[in-house]
Design a protein around this ligand. Structure first.
Ligand SMILES: O=C(O)CCC(=O)C(=O)O
Length: 262
């Protein structure tokens, strides 16, 4: 899958910051009209109007909890498969353009997802490196754009990062206490920084940067739209390994991932 990117420039100091800290903040990636469009699309996914079948799961499902009871943390993989026009729209286009400046011109789109924290859901996303969810790659360059469609705050689940953690390789992960499939790793929380964002703003983090989000304890939505980019050769390699972030058959993806934790 390839995307043609529109020009949006970031500064050298933003690239340096990404290389040093493992994440950067991009304010106003989307304007207010665009935010409204994405919110209404997002809500059509959430209310089932747009079909996403097995791509939807509860990332925060608690042991023994009936899946129909409540969704603690809604994860919808591959919204762009249901709505391919997304590729031509600003969120994907601008995120790709920024990712190319951060990683190099060989970066291409790998996958996208929605992660939603409902009002008062109060379920945190454990500390992890995204790369723990993927097969190990010989080229570890990867970036995720986490775009806030609502104001994101400490109280509703904004992103927390461990600055510089992407420079220390893979951390050991285990399955989190929930059985929703989340992985978690140990971090020193006193090293963490949090990033509150206005709607339409974003963080871009490296695949090895340790991060987490707390639960939503407010009465408002927390809607995040995430796109991921990596070198074209690594996307090709992933697909050759049968790994497509749940697309080519979640069973195979899960098997590759679980084999790493045996
Ligand atoms: O939105 C969240 O709760 C977690 C997001 C996340 O882990 C990611 O984008 O890599």
């Amino acid at each position: 899958m390839s995307l043609k990117a529109k020009r949006i420039s970031i500064t050298k100091s933003q690239c340096d910051e990404f290389n040093n800290n493992g994440f950067i903040i991009i304010n106003n990636l989307l304007n207010s009209t665009e935010i409204e469009e994405y919110r209404s699309l997002y809500d059509r996914f959430l209310n089932g109007e747009i079909e996403c079948k097995e791509m939807r799961s509860d990332l925060g499902k608690k042991d023994g909890q009936d899946i129909t009871e409540i969704e603690n943390v809604t994860q919808i993989m591959w919204p762009s498969v249901s709505v391919p026009e997304l590729f031509k729209k600003p969120l994907h286009q601008r995120s790709l353009e920024i990712s190319r400046q951060l990683l190099g011109e060989d970066a291409i789109f790998d996958f996208d997802m929605l992660i939603y924290k409902a009002p008062n859901g109060n379920t945190s996303t454990p500390w992890h490196q995204d790369a723990a969810y993927w097969p190990h790659m010989p080229d570890e360059r990867a970036v995720s754009a986490w775009v806030a469609l609502d104001q994101s705050t400490q109280d509703n689940g904004c992103m927390y990062f461990i600055p510089g953690s992407h420079r220390n390789g893979y951390r050991q992960h285990q399955f989190a206490e929930t059985d929703g499939g989340s992985l978690e790793c140990y971090v020193s929380e006193n090293e963490a920084v949090f990033v509150e964002l206005e709607p339409g703003s974003a963080t871009f983090h490296h695949g090895l940067t340790a991060h987490h989000t707390p639960g939503n304890i407010t009465s408002s939505h927390r809607r995040a739209f995430i796109t991921n980019f990596r070198p074209a050769a690594m996307v090709k390699l992933e697909r050759e390994m049968g790994f497509a972030h749940g697309l080519s058959g979640s069973v195979e993806d899960r098997k590759i991932r679980n084999d790493r934790f045996k």
